[in-house]
Design a protein around this ligand. Structure first.
Ligand SMILES: CC(C)(COP(=O)(O)OP(=O)(O)OC[C@H]1O[C@@H](n2cnc3c(N)ncnc32)[C@H](O)[C@@H]1OP(=O)(O)O)[C@@H](O)C(=O)NCCC(=O)NCCS
Length: 197
């Protein structure tokens, strides 16, 4: 398996990876009417904006089968997304609802009101990441290899720490992060974890 930086041409394949792992690590395809929405929120900006970086893993068929995506500086990423990512999506998906109940509605709400990291988290862990692998390449050391690759790059750039959010139902991923040395930050219902580099 080959790991290389993500490219704009990978976008559709990476949206597919996100969708197929988007329900607390399991396939979210059946949850969405619009199969692009999850990728528009959690994949696209990291691939397309300058403040994002990422690596993909190519399986035997040379197609992207997983990714690690990150913002080097979360505040800079949030600002660039506000300028260059969310506005066109807000036009395409113009009607957020106050109390979203479907997966589509939840993503549209996030397009209009993006999640912003807490001040106390970005002070110590200014970068953040997302990692997802298709089932056939899970459990083979690829997750650790992608994390190592990203951490090398972040250390080179002088980044002191990285955080992430996880669905509390995703016990497997949380145990993976704990195994790699991530600590739990805060005691919210949302799981936020961080590691110093
Ligand atoms: C979670 C995920 C990224 C982990 O990647 P992976 O390639 O399966 O994990 P690896 O095989 O690289 O495991 C790396 C190390 O973590 C350990 N590990 C993996 N899962 C673990 C678990 N659930 N509990 C404890 N240790 C675990 C491995 O034993 C291995 O240990 P070692 O390197 O010290 O021998 C991957 O399984 C995945 O993409 N899952 C679906 C999507 C998802 O849940 N993403 C996270 C969203 S928050």
């Amino acid at each position: 398996m080959l790991i290389r930086p993500v490219e704009p041409a990978d976008l559709e394949a990476l949206y597919e990876v996100g969708l197929r792992t988007g329900d607390a690590g399991e396939d979210a395809t059946g949850l969405f009417d619009d199969p692009r929405l999850l990728g528009e929120v959690y994949v696209g900006p990291y691939v397309m904006l300058e403040a994002g970086i990422g690596y993909t893993v190519l399986h035997e068929d040379r197609a992207p089968a997983g990714y690690i995506l990150a913002a080097v500086d979360t505040r800079r990423f949030e600002a660039e997304a506000e300028e260059d990512w969310w506005p066109s999506l807000r036009e395409r998906y113009p009607h957020p609802v106050d109390d979203p109940t479907t997966a589509d509605e939840e993503m549209i709400a996030l397009i209009h009101h993006p999640e912003l990291a807490a001040d106390g988290v970005v002070a110590e862990y200014p970068a953040h990441l997302h990692i997802d692998l298709l089932p056939h390449i899970q459990g083979k050391g690829v997750g650790r290899a992608l994390i190592d690759r990203l951490f090398d790059e972040l250390r080179t750039r002088g980044v002191p720490g990285v955080h992430l959010g996880a669905d509390p139902r995703n016990e497997r991923a949380i145990a993976f992060y704990e195994h790699l040395g991530f600590a739990h930050l805060g005691d919210d219902d949302d799981v936020v974890m961080g590691i110093r580099l």
